[in-house]
Design a protein around this ligand. Structure first.
Ligand code: C5P
Length: 219
């Protein structure tokens, strides 16, 4: 498939478990674009804060932490100070903590340039909560991926179980609801549908169908 222009920028936002990660990764491979999992950045900071005993309200400490840690994304792996922490950032505790620190606008500003640095070469597929609204407001294509809370909880459940985590679907549903609420209601860059975004509900779509629908928006 050929892109209309190069570089090309696709921004995808949506709530937890909407499928953005899987979909964005597949599209980036198909189109030979870079991939940004912006949630992973918040998760690495959250893990770093936990290690350094910094609480979610200590914004000044969180900001200096961002300046002092070494965060790397190498293929599927995430590294913090040269240690592989790919699975450590996917726990329920880190999910909750990352959304608690994500409420700080000063912290969000601090990682803006890091996120934008992923846009180079042929372009980028970036996914998160404010890719379409704040980080890449001029994206060539904006997509808002959604799914029902039940479907999203079930997807996350399967994902976590397959990685060997022991989770309970009821707890997971409440966690996802609390996290979505915090992400949508915060003042700083809340999760919302951008005016010019294409909205896709993926409840009844397979991964392949969702990818195809997004690719069809490009042609
Ligand atoms: O996407 P993921 O679920 O890994 O993101 C973890 C948390 O990081 C989200 O719940 C949200 O609070 C925060 N986040 C954000 N803005 C982004 C990406 C993630 O606030 N662009």
């Amino acid at each position: 498939m050929t892109l209309k222009k190069i570089p090309y920028l696709i921004a995808i936002d949506g709530p937890a478990g909407s499928g953005k990660g899987t979909i964005a990764k597949l599209i980036s491979k198909k189109l030979n674009l870079n991939y940004l999992d912006s949630g992973a950045i918040y998760r690495v900071i959250a893990l770093g804060a936990t290690i350094n005993n910094i609480s979610s309200g200590e914004v000044t400490k969180l900001i200096s932490l961002v300046g002092s840690i070494n965060m790397k994304f190498e293929g599927e792996d995430v590294l913090l100070d040269n240690k592989v922490i790919t699975d450590k950032i996917r726990t329920s505790e880190i999910s909750k903590f990352s959304s608690e620190i994500a409420v700080h606008s000063k912290l969000r500003d601090e990682i803006l340039s890091l996120q934008r640095s992923f846009y180079h070469g042929n372009g980028l597929v970036a996914e998160g909560r404010d890719m379409t609204t704040v980080v890449f407001p001029n994206a060539d294509l904006k997509v808002y991926l959604d799914a029902s809370p039940y479907e999203r909880a079930e997807r996350r459940y399967k994902q976590l179980i397959s990685k060997g985590n022991s989770v309970n679907i009821q707890d997971l549903t409440s966690e996802i609801e609390a996290r979505d609420k915090r992400d949508k209601q915060r003042k700083a860059s809340p999760l919302k549908i951008a005016d010019d975004a294409k909205v896709l509900n993926t409840d009844d779509l397979t991964i392949g169908q969702t990818v195809d629908k997004i690719l069809a928006f490009i042609i």
